[in-house]
Write a protein that binds this ligand. Structure first.
Ligand SMILES: [Zn+2]
Length: 82
């Protein structure tokens, strides 16, 4: 069980959250200008590191806010972003 530190509610079980994917993936400023390869890259290509990754999580069973955490992709250890 992963425990997620919510800055508003405290540490809670991951079952209270919805995973939102990698943090820092900005929506393109002019999506109509992208070709298929660039649009596909925006939708599907992520960094997928072996180690720490900044992620967005939604606390649906709590404060109903989005938060950013760092999760280690090997150990699933979660910490607040530095
Ligand atoms: Zn919360």
């Amino acid at each position: 069980m992963i425990r997620v530190p919510c800055p508003h509610c405290g540490e809670r079980d991951e079952t209270e959250f919805h995973y939102g994917g990698e943090a820092g993936v900005d929506y393109p400023a002019d999506p109509g200008a992208l070709d298929d390869a660039a649009w596909s890259s925006y939708l599907f290509v992520r960094s997928n590191p072996r180690g720490w990754l900044r992620e967005r999580w939604f606390h649906g069973a709590g404060c109903r806010r989005w938060l950013t955490v760092e999760r280690h992709t090997v150990t699933d250890e979660i910490r607040s972003p530095s």
